[in-house]
Design a protein around this ligand. Structure first.
Ligand code: SF4
Length: 737
C-alpha cells in the first residue's frame, strides 16, 4: 500500500487552511490556530482511494525541521502533500528540497491558493524543481484522485482539474474554470489523525473544530482572492450534512466549540436559518457553541437572533473601512450605515462582534485612515483586527498597486502585517504601520474596553488568563520594535544578490560565496557581457541557483533607475563592486581621464546609492555594500585621483549608513587592501600584504551576515591605515608610498 505524508511544515504560525487570507497568527490581535482541515480532508479522501497516510502539523506543534526529517525517514512515504501559504512558500520549498534529496523518487504535491491558475511570472520566482504537482483548486476534491492517477494511471492526470503538472521543462495547467458543487459528497476531515486539543477557542482554550459550511462568494472585493479561487457562486452544504459532522465531532472527539468556515455564513439567509434550526432541532441544540463570518449586507436581525439561539456567540464582520470612498472603490457593496446597523443588530441579539478592517489601499490618505479610526471607535466591537492591505497575485488590487508603482517587488513571502507595498500614493508604509499600532493600542487600552472584557470573562480564571495573554501579545507586537531578521531576507529564505561590476575577481569570488553559503540567486551586471556570461556559467556550475547576467554601464547615469527598477524580484543585497584604478600620471595632465576615474568610482556609485537606498527603505529591508579603498584614507602621490574618488565613496557610504539607521537597511563599507587581481596586476605589491580574492570575498560575505558597518580586509589593514593616517605630514611627504 502506498503511503502519503501530509503536513504543515515547521515555522511560524499561519492559517494554512484558510486559502483566502492565510493569516499570520502570532501578529494578530485575538486569533488562534485553526485545525488543519485541508490535511484532514486530504487524509480522508486518500484513505478512500486506498492509501495509507501520516498527518502532522509541525507548525502548531512547534516542531523543528529535524522532527519532520525524522518522521520522514521513519514513515518512508511514497508521496507528500504540503499545505503552503503566500508568506511561507520559500521556507516550505527549502524543506521540500531536503525531503526530495533523501528520496529522489518522492511524489510531491503542494497545495495553496497561490497556485490557482498562476501567472508564469509568479512561478518564475519559485524554485519548483523538486515539485511534482501544484494544486490550486480545492484540494480536498483533488488529492485522492491525483495520487491514484499518479501511481496507477498517469495518463489520467491531465483530466484532473485545478492542478499544474510537469510537462517537459515547464508546467501544464488543467481546468481552473469550474468548481465541484456537491459539497456533501466529501468525507469529513479525518479528525482521528488531528491533535484536536491544539486548536483552541482563543478565550476559553477549549478545543475548537473548523467546519467548512459553504464555499464561494458572490461579492467582488478587489483585495480578496475568494471570488477567484472559490468562485462567485455560493455553494452550500446541506444542513443535514453539516449537522452530521458536528455530531461526529461532539460524539467521537468530545468537541463542543466550532468555527463555521464560510466566506460569509449569512449570505443566503434561508440556508443560514435552516442550519440554525437543524442544530436547534437536534440533540446538539443548546450543547454547542460556534462562531461565524458574516458580511454586513445582506443580513437581517432575525437571522442573527436565530444564530444566537443555535449556539453562536461571536460573529466576525469584514467592515474593511470607515471611508465611504474606500468602501466604493474596493467594491464591497456596503455602506457605513450597513456597518452600523449590522453591529447594532448583532449586539441586540446578544452576540459578541469581531471587526476586521483594512488600511493602506493605494488611494488612501491620512483622511481615509482617520475615517476608519473614527468608525472603529463608533462600532466599538468586542474584538478588533486592523490589516494592512496585501495585493495578492490574481486580485485587482495587485494590478492597481503595480500600475501605480506601489509594488516594487514580489508579494510572495509577505502577509497582512508585513505588506510588500511601499505605502499608498500619499502615505509611507512607516506611517501606515504607525497608524495601525496607535489605533490598536488606543482601542484596547480604553478603561471602558478593559472593564467590558473583565465583565465578559465573568470571573472565569481561564478566560481572564487568555485575555491577559492576548493583551500581552498585543503590547509586544505594537510596542516592541520589529525583530530584525537574522538572515539577508526577512523570512530567512535564500536572498537575491545583485553585484554591479561583476567582472572583477573579487566580485566573482563573492558571487561564489553567496552561492555556496546562502544558495542565493544572483544578478551579475557589468559592461563586458561576453566575459561575464562565461563567468556566470562557471559560478552556477554544480548549483541549483539562478545566475542572471545583466548589461550595466556605470557611467550611463541616466539608466541607473531604470536598470534597478527592472530587477524583479528586487534584490536583498546589492554590491557596488565596480571601480577604475586609472592612470595617475595621465590624469594629472588629462582631466578627461581623471574625470573618468572620479565618475566611475564616485559619481556613478553615489547615483546608485541614492536609488537603492530609496527602494530599500520603502520596502523596509536590504543590504548595500560599497567596495571602497584604503587609498581614500590619505592622499598619496601615486594614486590621489583614484584615492580622492574612493574617499568620496567612503564618506557617502558613512553618511548613508547614518541616514538609514533603524530603517532595516544595512550599509557596509568595504576597504580591501592589496589584492591579487587583474586590475592590480600591473603594479606588483608585497606578497605578505597581498590577499587573494577568495580571502577578501570570504571576509566580505561574513561581514554582510554579521551586519558590520566597516570592513578592512584582511584585518591587518585597519592598524596599518591607523598608522598611515597618523603619520605627521612632514614625515609622510618624505615617504615613497
Ligand atoms: S465579501 Fe468580499 S472579502 Fe468577503 S469573502 Fe466575499 S469577496 Fe471576499
Amino acid at each position: 500500500m502506498k503511503k502519503i505524508m501530509l503536513f504543515y511544515p515547521p515555522g511560524r504560525f499561519y492559517q494554512r487552511g484558510e486559502d483566502r487570507s492565510q493569516g499570520n497568527v502570532e501578529q494578530s490581535t485575538a486569533t488562534s490556530m485553526r485545525a488543519p482541515n485541508d490535511l484532514g480532508y486530504a487524509a480522508a479522501t486518500l484513505q478512500k482511494e486506498g492509501f495509507a497516510v501520516f498527518l502532522r502539523d509541525y507548525q502548531t506543534e512547534r516542531c523543528a525541521p529535524d522532527d519532520l526529517l525524522a518522521d520522514f525517514d521513519r514513515e518512508n512515504p511514497d508521496g507528500i502533500f504540503v499545505s503552503i501559504t503566500n508568506s511561507t512558500i520559500f521556507n516550505d520549498l527549502v524543506l521540500v528540497r531536503a525531503l526530495k534529496a533523501r528520496k529522489p523518487e518522492l511524489m510531491v504535491m503542494l497545495k495553496g491558493a497561490i497556485f490557482f491558475d498562476p501567472a508564469p511570472a509568479l512561478l518564475a520566482q519559485l524554485d519548483l524543481a523538486d515539485v511534482t504537482y501544484l494544486i490550486g483548486l480545492e484540494s480536498d476534491f483533488i488529492v485522492g484522485r491525483l495520487a491514484k492517477a499518479h501511481f496507477d494511471d498517469p495518463a489520467a492526470v491531465p483530466a484532473i482539474r485545478g492542478i499544474l503538472y510537469r510537462d517537459g521543462d515547464g508546467w501544464a495547467k488543467t481546468d481552473f474554470a469550474s468548481w465541484e458543487t456537491d459539497l456533501d459528497s466529501l468525507p469529513f476531515p479525518d479528525r482521528s489523525l488531528i491533535k484536536n486539543a491544539l486548536y483552541a477557542r482563543p478565550d476559553t482554550g477549549e478545543p475548537q473544530a473548523t467546519i467548512a459550511t459553504s464555499r464561494g462568494c458572490p461579492s467582488a472585493c478587489i483585495f480578496c482572492m475568494t471570488p477567484k479561487i472559490s468562485g462567485k457562486k455560493l455553494r452550500l452544504r446541506s444542513p443535514e450534512n453539516i449537522l452530521a459532522e458536528l455530531a461526529d465531532c461532539y460524539d467521537n472527539h468530545g468537541i463542543r466549540d466550532f468555527f463555521f468556515k464560510s466566506d460569509t455564513f449569512t449570505f443566503d439567509p434561508a440556508w443560514t436559518k435552516a442550519v440554525c434550526q437543524a442544530i436547534l432541532d437536534s440533540p446538539l441544540g443548546g450543547k454547542i457553541r460556534w462562531v461565524a463570518n458574516s458580511k454586513v449586507k445582506p443580513l437581517d436581525a432575525d437571522t442573527l437572533v436565530l444564530m444566537k439561539k443555535a449556539g453562536c456567540w461571536l460573529v466576525a464582520f469584514g467592515y474593511e473601512s470607515g471611508s465611504p470612498e474606500t468602501l466604493t472603490r474596493i467594491h464591497k457593496n456596503t455602506t457605513i450605515n450597513d456597518n452600523i446597523q449590522a453591529t447594532r443588530w448583532a449586539k441586540e441579539a446578544g452576540l459578541l462582534t469581531f471587526g476586521f478592517f483594512l488600511i493602506g489601499l493605494p488611494w488612501e490618505s491620512r483622511e481615509h485612515l482617520e475615517a476608519t479610526r473614527r468608525h472603529i471607535f463608533e462600532l466599538d466591537n468586542d474584538f478588533l483586527e486592523l490589516h494592512i492591505a496585501i495585493p495578492y497575485y490574481g486580485t485587482r488590487l495587485n494590478e492597481i498597486a503595480r500600475e501605480e508603482g506601489l509594488l516594487p517587488g514580489s508579494v510572495l513571502g509577505k502577509d497582512y502585517f508585513n505588506a510588500p507595498t511601499v505605502g499608498t500614493a500619499t502615505l509611507s508604509m512607516e506611517e501606515i504601520e504607525a497608524f495601525r499600532k496607535k489605533t490598536l493600542l488606543d482601542f484596547h487600552l480604553r478603561p471602558s474596553y478593559i472593564g467590558r472584557k473583565l465583565l465578559q470573562a465573568g470571573g472565569n480564571p481561564k478566560i481572564l488568563a487568555n485575555y491577559a495573554r492576548f493583551g500581552l501579545r498585543l503590547l509586544k507586537n505594537t510596542l516592541l520594535p520589529p525583530k530584525r531578521p537574522k538572515g539577508l531576507t526577512p523570512d530567512g529564505t535564500p536572498p537575491t544578490v545583485c553585484i554591479l561590476g561583476a567582472g572583477s575577481d573579487i566580485a566573482q569570488a563573492l558571487a561564489r560565496q553567496f552561492i555556496a553559503k546562502d544558495t542565493a540567486n544572483l544578478v551579475l551586471a557589468s559592461r563586458d557581457q561576453e566575459r561575464l556570461h562565461a563567468a556566470a556559467r562557471e559560478i552556477a556550475k554544480d548549483s541549483d541557483a539562478t545566475v542572471a547576467v545583466w548589461s550595466f554601464d556605470a557611467l550611463d547615469f541616466a539608466s541607473h533607475a531604470t536598470f534597478f527598477d527592472a530587477l524583479d524580484p528586487m534584490p536583498d543585497v546589492v554590491v557596488i563592486a565596480f571601480g577604475l584604478l586609472g592612470d595617475q600620471k595621465a590624469g594629472q595632465s588629462d582631466f578627461a581621464a581623471a574625470r573618468t576615474v572620479i565618475d566611475t568610482n564616485f559619481t556613478a556609485a553615489l547615483s546608485l546609492l541614492e536609488i537603492i537606498a530609496d527602494r530599500f527603505t520603502r520596502r523596509g529591508h536590504g543590504t548595500i555594500v560599497g567596495l571602497s579603498s584604503p587609498a581614500g584614507e590619505r592622499g598619496r602621490k601615486s594614486n590621489y585621483i583614484y584615492g580622492a574618488a574612493k574617499a568620496g565613496l567612503t564618506v557617502a557610504l558613512a553618511g548613508l549608513r547614518h541616514r538609514l539607521a533603524g530603517t532595516g537597511v544595512e550599509v557596509l563599507t568595504v576597504l580591501p587592501g592589496w589584492t591579487k587581481t587583474r586590475m592590480t596586476a600591473a603594479a606588483p605589491t608585497p606578497a605578505r600584504l597581498t590577499a587573494t580574492p577568495d580571502r577578501v570575498a570570504a571576509d566580505i560575505h561574513k561581514a554582510i551576515h554579521d551586519k558590520k558597518s566597516i570592513l578592512y580586509t584582511p584585518w591587518f589593514w585597519r592598524p596599518i591605515m591607523t598608522v598611515v593616517r597618523a603619520l605627521p605630514e612632514k614625515l609622510f611627504v618624505k615617504t615613497n608610498l
